[in-house]
Design a protein around this ligand. Structure first.
Ligand code: GRG
Length: 300
């Protein structure tokens, strides 16, 4: 199986897991449930649940304990997109090639669909307690929920988005603030993915911290690459319309360092992330996990 086939298979697996946790569209609140499903099932790379499962397998994890967390993280990612697209935030009418949630269901329903997804995410994550009676796995599940709350919240994604909104109101964006925004808005959910995968598989504190660092690099590289594509006009890796950042005259790594430096930084960050991940290669033994090693370590 080549990389593309492996990735397609893993994307499908993540989508199948996600579907198990999505709500049925019924009852007097049917409309908001439709809006939730509309936003989540609009496509998307499923990068975060895939990274979570790869991290779990990297540390020799077995069983289905990651599944509720894979669904939860993708729900949180999608709620953030639904809210980010609202007229009160980015006012985007299209995402992933189709109308944004507010553009189909109205602002009020889109706010509620985002809120619904955030709550359902934690309900789904907590359902992992129902999958095990083992005290060790129960402890790991509690830790994973804590990481999810922190990285999605004010010390993670929401914190980054709040700083970004404030920066847009005119205060000067220096490089420190730019990195704070990228670390929290973009990297925090990738950190949640890779840390939770590792924690659920039983990785120790140091290994989880190393995964946090690797995920930081991947997140920042992901963001810089997106800024590069904004300038070069190629297909976008993130979900925004081409040219939106230049239009807003935003400070990006590309605008402050130039295209060549930005490309070098992406490759430096990815290289560092890969060497951290490779240092855990000895956790992988044989059989099925070897397939995952190929995807995660050699093709990232
Ligand atoms: C509203 C609390 C709140 C947070 C918003 C989503 C977000 C935070 C900001 C959107 C701006 C942006 C481009 C952030 C970078 C990270 C990001 C969410 C990129 C899109 O992720 P992909 O490319 O999307 O994984 P797909 O469509 O593949 O799921």
């Amino acid at each position: 199986m080549n990389f593309k086939q492996q990735l397609d298979e893993k994307t499908k697996f993540a989508e199948d897991v996600l579907k198990k946790y999505l709500p049925k569209e019924e009852g007097f609140q049917k409309k908001v449930l439709e809006a939730m499903n509309y936003s989540v099932m609009a496509g998307g790379k499923r990068l975060r649940p895939i990274l979570m499962r790869e991290s779990f397998l990297l540390f020799g994890g077995e069983g289905n304990l990651t599944e509720p967390f894979m669904a939860a993280l993708e729900m949180i990612h999608n709620y953030s997109l639904v809210h980010d697209d609202l007229p009160a935030m980015d006012n985007d009418e299209y995402r992933r090639g189709r109308k944004t949630t507010w553009n189909v269901y109205g602002d009020g329903m889109a706010v509620l669909a985002g809120d619904g997804l955030l709550n359902l995410a934690f309900e789904s994550a907590a359902s992992a307690f129902d999958l095990t009676d083992d005290p060790e796995l129960t402890k790991r599940t509690a830790k994973a929920i804590q990481i999810l709350g922190k990285k999605a919240g004010i010390y993670g994604m929401i914190g980054g988005q709040a700083a970004d909104i404030e920066a847009e109101t005119g205060i000067g964006v220096d490089k420190e603030l730019l990195f704070f925004i990228h670390e929290n808005k973009t990297a925090a959910l990738i950190q949640a993915a890779m840390m939770i995968g590792a924690v659920l598989a039983g990785a120790g504190k140091e290994a989880v911290e190393a995964m946090e660092k690797a995920a930081y690099n991947i997140g920042i590289a992901f963001q810089i690459q997106d800024d590069i594509l904004d300038v070069t006009g190629s297909e976008k890796v993130l979900g925004k319309p081409i040219g939106s950042d230049e239009k807003n005259h935003k400070l990006t790594y590309v605008s402050s360092h130039g295209l060549d430096e930005a490309k070098k930084e992406v490759s430096r960050l990815s290289g560092e992330a890969l060497s951290i991940l490779r240092s855990f290669e000895n956790h992988i033994d044989s059989g099925e996990n070897k397939i995952y090693r190929n995807l995660f370590l050699e093709e990232l």
